[in-house]
Design a protein around this ligand. Structure first.
Ligand code: FUB
Ligand code: ZN
Length: 648
């Protein structure tokens, strides 16, 4: 904490300094380092990351694979590269996760480990700023010759890690390494007019972070250069250009294609640039592509990228459940992109999608214990899916680690005259309002119940808006009608009271806007009623025909064999089945479960006949499945015997 404090003050004053230079930016993020998470649900997830996930990242970077050895060898220019050419990126993402984690779970041993790694990384950097252990240990003359070789992808993760570590600890050694590498890229590629684009996007969003962090417009220009290099025919020899969103200039793109993680990272960078420059071409492209993702290509879990072949998008409305690829990193990318779209527009519909991806598609990638991971997140399993302790391509573990530990980045936002509450997560924050502060302390029963309170712990002496997100799931599962509720919510309105009296507010782009001069001690009570919903899909989404999914609050549910005699594929859910929600403190760390009256098929003793019996079936939140070994699971539950598949 000692190290964090002076830096928190610097960060706390940042938004308004930046604002004067970038008058086009509507909303500003509130940095994780300003936010204290006190939430029981998320504190559990963050502790698992701070302990077991970081431990797995350390073990697999240092001992069980050669990731750290690669830096040591590069420093002495000796030895063979171990692993895959993009493995450096996993070390950078792990340091980024360590940095965020130090805020809510201070740990001198983790900080020491990060410092030790940073020394090794710095020692591996070449005098001209280049840093990539694969090319340093194989053939340095080949650097910057292969558009698909992830050199700028790794650089992007280095930049993000350098900034996060600087924000968390005030130490700038890694940031300086990252700046030298960014400067090298600027000189070597942009100033040399190289026919180059990034084969795996990531550097664009990282350069924008670096621009905000340093106020040096060179990095904004370099990010723009990277985006403008696309669709010019460079790298044709490298294969299908849709794969890496390079068939068209970014401004002409209007369909989602190709590799899902690449797309998410790039569009995050595009939204970042558009927020600064107000570039109408980028904004138009973002709107069309976002609708294409959410209206035709997104799973109910907020997961994206149905196909394993390209780790990405397939045909519209083709969303297989058992074979869904839905890489964890792609859901993490959905969180990034939707946050930036919200900041660009001030529209809560993006946070609705962010929340869906965060609580379902992304969180599913992390076991409850924190040391087992899913790379693919299918929506049905016949029992073959199993969590792993690591992967050969290990992008997902450190990615989910950095997302969970940086949760403080996603709860609040700020604009000139308002504080925005995007996610209901127990936390404390002190937001600068000119030379004063607005202090908020939020308590909530999310994600299990819809009651939250916000205490005003400090108030500026002026009127200041509070904008409370009205969760989109009160009315519909997702914008665009790909999914819809088949059950009507009894009460679909947010209820807000201040100091015990109903508050008056106006609704704007999905927010309840309250304008008032706050006083220390004011208490805001918010109720966003949660009810069980059955969800159906548009008919074009054939895989879900005659099937229902269940949702309660932000959580999507699934039936897992572990709760149902090891079977999850042997029943149908009649359209009029009764559904009951209940909190089970002893199950899976404490979760809401849904019990339903289903019809089960039971084979007769003669093997020739079957019997249909009514049986209570239990569903659990999707993120919590696969924590009791491999077993059957389904999110989309059949409503007709025609669609029943019994696992053999
Ligand atoms: O190429 C780096 C990462 O590995 C990608 O983002 C993932 O999809 C996996 O392919
Ligand atoms: Zn991944």
């Amino acid at each position: 904490m000692k190290l964090l404090f002076p830096f928190i003050l610097i960060i706390a004053l940042m938004p308004f300094e930046v604002q004067s230079q970038e008058s086009l930016q509507k909303l500003y993020p509130v940095d994780f380092s300003q936010v204290n998470i006190t939430d029981p649900f998320w504190s559990g997830r963050m502790t698992a990351v701070a302990t077991n996930t970081l431990d797995a990242c350390i073990q697999f970077s240092e001992i069980k694979t050669g990731r750290i050895r690669n830096f040591e060898k590069s420093a002495t220019h000796s030895g063979q590269h171990e692993g895959i050419y993009y493995d450096d990126s996993d070390v950078y993402k792990a340091i980024e996760a360590m940095a965020y984690s130090l805020k809510n779970n201070p740990n001198p041993l983790i900080e020491k480990k990060a410092d030790e790694w940073i020394d090794k990384i710095a020692a591996a950097q070449l005098p001209d700023g280049y840093l990539n252990t694969y090319f340093e240990l194989t053939d340095i003359s080949k650097r910057w010759t292969g558009i698909g070789m992830h050199e700028d992808y790794c650089a992007g993760h280095l930049i993000e890690a350098g900034i996060a570590y600087h924000n968390a600890t005030g130490k700038r050694k890694l940031l300086d390494v990252a700046i030298r590498f960014a400067d090298h890229i600027d000189t070597f590629l942009r100033k040399n007019n190289r026919q180059w684009f990034s084969g795996h996007q990531e550097i664009e969003l990282a350069l924008i972070k670096l621009y905000h962090h340093t106020n040096d417009s060179k990095y904004l220009e370099l990010a723009q250069w990277y985006l403008e290099q696309r669709g010019r025919g460079y790298g044709k020899e490298w294969g299908n250009q849709d794969y890496c969103q390079n068939s068209l200039p970014v401004k002409d793109q209007n369909k989602i294609v190709g590799h899902a993680v690449r797309a998410m990272y790039m569009y995050t960078g595009v939204a970042d640039v558009a927020a600064i420059t107000n570039d109408k071409g980028y904004i138009k492209a973002m709107n069309s592509i976002w609708e294409d993702v959410v209206y035709r290509n997104m799973y109910i879990t907020g997961g994206i990228g149905a196909e394993a072949t390209n780790e990405g998008f397939g045909a519209d409305y083709d969303l297989p459940n058992e074979n869904a690829y839905c890489e964890t990193c792609a859901s993490v990318g959905m969180v990034f992109w939707n946050q930036r779209m919200n900041m660009l527009t001030g529209d809560a519909k993006y946070i609705d999608i962010l929340e869906r991806s965060l609580y379902n598609g992304a969180l599913d990638g992390l076991s409850l214990s924190g040391d087992r991971f899913l790379y693919e997140n299918p929506l049905a399993s016949s029992g073959k899916s199993q969590r792993s302790e690591w992967f050969k391509t290990a992008c997902c573990p450190s990615n989910i680690a950095r997302l969970v530990s940086s949760l403080g980045n996603y709860i609040y936002c700020q604009s000139a005259n308002a504080a925005w509450v995007n996610l209901y997560i127990g936390s404390e924050v002190k937001l600068p309002v000119e030379k004063q502060f607005l202090g908020l302390s939020m308590q909530t029963s999310y994600p299990w119940k819809g009651n939250s309170t916000i205490n005003i712990t400090e108030a500026p002496k002026k009127s200041y808006q509070l904008r409370l997100r009205i969760p989109g799931w009160l009315k519909e599962p997702a914008h665009g009608g790909l999914y819809f509720y088949t059950t009507q919510q009894q009460n679909a309105s947010i209820e807000i009271s201040i100091n015990g009296k109903p508050a008056s507010f106006r609704e704007e782009l999905g927010y309840a806007v309250i304008d008032r001069q706050w006083k220390k001690g004011d208490l805001i009570e918010i109720n966003t009623p949660m009810e069980i919903h059955r969800i159906a899909s548009r008919a074009e989404l054939k895989q879900n025909n005659n099937r229902s999914a269940l949702q309660y609050g932000p959580m999507v549910y699934c039936v897992e064999g572990a709760d149902n005699n090891q079977q999850a594929w042997n029943f149908i859910l009649p359209v009029d089945a009764s559904l009951h929600i209940q909190y089970e403190p002893g199950l899976l760390g404490g979760v809401n479960t849904i019990t339903m009256e289903a019809k089960i098929i039971v084979p007769g003793a003669d093997g020739q006949t079957v019997q249909v019996i009514n049986k209570a079936i239990k569903a659990i939140p999707y993120f919590a499945w696969n924590n009791r070994g491999a077993n059957e699971m389904q999110v989309w539950l059949p409503t007709s015997f025609r669609d029943l598949k019994v696992n053999q």
